[in-house]
Design a binder for this molecule. Structure first.
Ligand code: AHG
Ligand code: MN
Ligand code: MN
Length: 353
């Protein structure tokens, strides 16, 4: 931009020769930790390749016959799209090939996947390879959600066994989490435990994720709510009372705007940027909620907390502290700006206490 705010004339654009790619960012983060082995960085490089590959196939889906159903359903009974299957296969190959992943949980696989060929690999990865896949054929944004745990030393080595139990841990124990949203461009958002939240945008010509949203912070409040209101007849009374209070505020205040895409990744990304609240409450139809604790709720909860927001379940417990009973366990979820989630908690307390 020129000093007066207008763009420079064509041919005189300022060229940034010092951009921060995800690869550079990961190297710089690794250099801050003297005892780092580089294993985490290598694991992230493989994740990055998985995201680029999935982004590529989603961009080309309508051209190469990748829309529609695969003709099967996954472990939680959802119909699998062709891209659910491809995304899952890409993810498994990338994690196997990284040499740093010992065990993987995927939404699309009933059981954990063990990489016994990597007995010393220190990381466990949980993922939803394609989140929001019902939106795929309409070209609406979908995404990949992931979380990374570090396994304890006792389970490392060729004679040791790793199992599902090693993953039934609270989200507070993740070392990192994030998502990639495949939208107008691919956006990758990542955070480390107790770290900042950083957003990267895929530059297709360079084939690199570029740091475009450093240190993302949610606004404290914003009058936007995001929920599948079609479920309201199944909601508890306090849930209906809460959403009614947003639509019918006290005199002189404006009602909230509704925004619901139906891909958690896309609704969460907007909420991270603009603020507001995203919810998928548990209800009488889905008593434990719809979204999965390990690879949907917990990774998002870590991102939202590290960006200054809050994330709670339908009992108003901190989502990051919830321990799943099994790898595909589900939960109600409310995440968003601190001030907005606090209003949910206040309404719950008013009705329940
Ligand atoms: P997935 O495609 O991985 O099964 O996840 C879909 C999830 C989530 O992305 C979204 O928030 C929610 O389901 C939408 O559900 P409804 O269609 O019931 O609103
Ligand atoms: Mn999902
Ligand atoms: Mn999915």
């Amino acid at each position: 931009m020129a000093a007066n705010g207008s763009a420079p004339p064509v041919g005189q654009e300022n060229i940034n020769t010092d951009i921060i790619t995800l690869t550079r960012f990961l190297t710089e983060e690794q250099n801050k930790v003297p005892e780092a082995t580089g294993d985490f960085t290598l694991l992230c490089h493989s994740l990055q390749f998985a995201f680029k590959s999935i982004a590529y196939y989603i961009r080309r889906a309508s051209l190469i016959n990748l829309t529609g159903l695969a003709g099967s359903s996954n472990t939680t009974g959802d119909d699998q799209k062709k891209l659910d299957v491809i995304g899952n296969d890409i993810f498994i190959s990338a994690m196997k090939g990284s040499g740093k992943c010992r065990i993987l949980v995927s939404e699309e696989e009933e059981d954990v996947i063990l990489f016994n060929e990597n007995p010393n690999a220190r990381y466990a990865v949980v993922c939803d390879p394609i989140d929001g896949s019902s939106n795929l054929d309409a070209g609406v944004s979908v995404g990949t959600i992931f979380g990374i745990f570090k396994l304890p030393d006792e389970v490392l080595g060729p004679n040791k066994t790793v199992s599902e139990k090693d993953l039934l841990r609270p989200g507070t124990e993740m070392v990192a989490s994030g998502f990639t949203m495949y939208g107008a461009s691919a956006q990758l958002v990542i955070t480390m435990r107790d770290g900042d939240v950083n957003g990267f945008t895929m530059e297709n010509s360079l084939g690199e994720f570029i740091l475009t949203h450093p240190n993302m912070k949610l606004p404290h409040e914003r009058a936007i709510y995001s929920v599948n209101e079609g479920n309201s007849s199944y909601w508890e009374d306090w849930t209906n009372a809460y959403f009614d209070s947003l639509k019918h505020p006290e005199e002189g205040k404006k009602p909230y705007s509704a925004r619901y895409i139906g891909s958690m990744v896309a609704d969460a990304y907007r909420t991270l940027l603009y603020g507001g609240i995203f919810a998928y409450p548990s209800d009488s139809k889905s008593v434990k909620g719809k979204l999965r604790i390990l690879y949907e709720c917990a990774p998002m909860a870590m991102l939202f907390e590290n960006a200054g927001g809050l994330a709670v379940n339908s009992q108003m417990e901190r989502l990051l502290e919830v321990v799943p009973e099994h790898i595909h366990d589900k939960s109600g979820v409310y995440l968003g700006s601190k001030g907005e989630v606090q209003k949910v908690i206040d309404m719950y307390n008013k009705h329940k206490k």
